[in-house]
Design a binder for this molecule. Structure first.
Ligand SMILES: Nc1ncnc2c1ncn2[C@@H]1O[C@H](COP(=O)(O)OP(=O)(O)O)[C@@H](O)[C@H]1O
Ligand SMILES: [Mg+2]
Length: 424
């Protein structure tokens, strides 16, 4: 990629092509390298011109924008597609996403929106390229520092495509339970940058340093040690808090998040990450880095629907079946949906279950003491302990398997080249 962003325009209407070409002509950092009138022409031109960004009309006769995007993913995988549509329906968005588009603009859009999208998509793509090559470079350099085992630890992302299902609750108690097993350095990272709750559940002072301070430091260079950013909780868990205000969250880029995860991995045996439910680039980077994604669901129709969509997307991203584990929280709720119904609907077995225990959970939350510490005998604590035992039973990656994993990941990426939107 050069410094100027090479853009290919694809639209069957000549006036639209001219209009977009003129509009982008005013931008000093953007070069319109071509304009194609059909999907077939777009593929030929993309192969010849290797654009960084393709502006793609969704409705075209013959091959539509979605089919063209799918083909481009194979023929010109480095081109990032920005889909343009007069419709903003969820189905269009979803199909574009699964085809590999990176952004979705609903016509009419302003020139500011257009140029901002192009720049964002391009920046993300560059970031992604560096993320793909960085782990290989690090593995090649033999760069791994001290966890207890001397080997890089495992990263476990706690994720759910829907909020309020218990990610933070499980993340905090899982980390504490894992630390209680002894012999391991356990870190907990709050990746809900905007509205992180980890500090509340652990009763930590929000004036403590957070990932925002660490991100700031990363701009200046790699810090020697993380001790001044990480808080030692009495349970033994080392906590990296989310920023105390949402404005600070905006300063944390996907690249920062990725670097922080890898740094924590190098220094700990287990890194538990409490992820937000939004699919943005930072979340995607964390899910990519994770060895395990504990995907939480509840016995609610909306949770199940979103889970189906997530599993579909995870497959497109090349995540193997073993990387994702389904954790059903509040599994004993009697709300009319049975576990078997859920499994049937999503076409997968639930791997772990956690019972519902409003008394222990909410009491613990309000006191700022994890229920695993205050009410160890409760069934909910036992369930979390079983989950922790299963998770830490996953052997830490050795240097050689780590680099093999990074290589195969790169291959997956290049082949599939499918990605999520940043859902804004
Ligand atoms: N197993 C459980 N039993 C009872 N209440 C729970 C359980 N897990 C979570 N909760 C409650 O559900 C709410 C949402 O949990 P939280 O961890 O904040 O979800 P998320 O991080 O996914 O938004 C909280 O009020 C929490 O106390
Ligand atoms: Mg949360």
């Amino acid at each position: 990629m050069t410094d100027r962003i090479k853009v290919l325009i694809v639209d069957d209407i000549p006036e639209t092509r001219d209009h977009l070409t003129k509009l982008l002509g005013f931008e000093s950092d953007i070069d319109v390298v071509g304009a194609a009138a059909s999907g077939a022409e777009a593929v030929t031109m993309a192969v010849a011109l290797v654009p960084d960004v393709v502006l793609m009309d969704i409705n075209m006769p013959d091959m539509d924008g979605i089919a063209t995007t799918e083909l481009l993913a194979v023929k010109c995988p480095t081109a990032a597609v920005v889909m343009m549509s007069v419709q903003g329906e969820a189905d269009y968005l979803r199909r574009s996403m699964l085809a590999g588009a990176r952004e979705f603009l609903v016509k009419p859009f302003s020139s500011d929106e257009l140029t901002a999208s192009i720049r964002q998509v391009w920046a993300r793509e560059r970031d992604k390229q560096s993320r793909i090559t960085a782990p290989i470079a690090a593995a090649a350099a033999g760069a791994s520092t001290a966890s207890t085992s001397g080997e890089p630890g495992i990263v476990v992302a706690i994720f759910s495509p829907k909020g309020g299902v218990g990610r933070t609750t499980i993340a905090v108690n899982l980390a504490v339970a894992a630390a209680s097993l002894g012999g391991r350095r356990v870190a907990l990272m709050d990746a809900s940058f905007q509205f992180g709750d980890v500090g509340v559940l652990l009763n930590l002072n929000p004036k403590n340093k957070s990932i925002a301070d660490l991100a700031n430091q990363l701009e200046a260079g790699e810090p020697d040690e993380l001790d001044s950013y990480v808080i030692n909780h009495s349970s033994g868990v080392r906590v990296l808090l989310a920023p105390s205000s949402p404005e600070q969250a905006e300063l944390i880029t996907a690249a920062h998040a990725r670097r922080v995860v890898e740094r924590l991995r190098a220094e700990n045996d287990l890194v538990v990450v409490d992820c937000p439910s939004s699919f943005n680039d930072a979340t995607l980077g964390i899910l990519d880095s994770a060895d395990l994604i504990l995907t939480l669901l509840s016995l609610e129709i909306t949770s199940i629907k979103n889970m189906r969509l997530f599993l579909e997307v995870a497959e497109q991203l090349g995540y193997g079946a073993g990387k994702i584990r389904l954790v059903l929280n509040r599994a004993d709720s009697t709300l009319g949906i049975r576990v078997a119904d859920v499994e049937h609907s999503i076409g997968r077995k639930v791997d772990h279950t956690i019972v519902s225990d409003g008394r222990s959970v909410v009491y613990a939350l309000n006191r700022g003491v994890p229920f695993f510490l205050s009410n160890r005998e409760a069934q909910v604590s036992q369930d979390v302990l079983r989950l922790a035992t299963a998770v830490v039973g996953t052997a830490p990656a050795t240097a050689s398997t780590a680099s093999a994993a990074a290589e195969s990941k790169t291959k997956d990426k290049a082949a599939a080249k499918k990605s999520l939107f940043a859902w804004r």
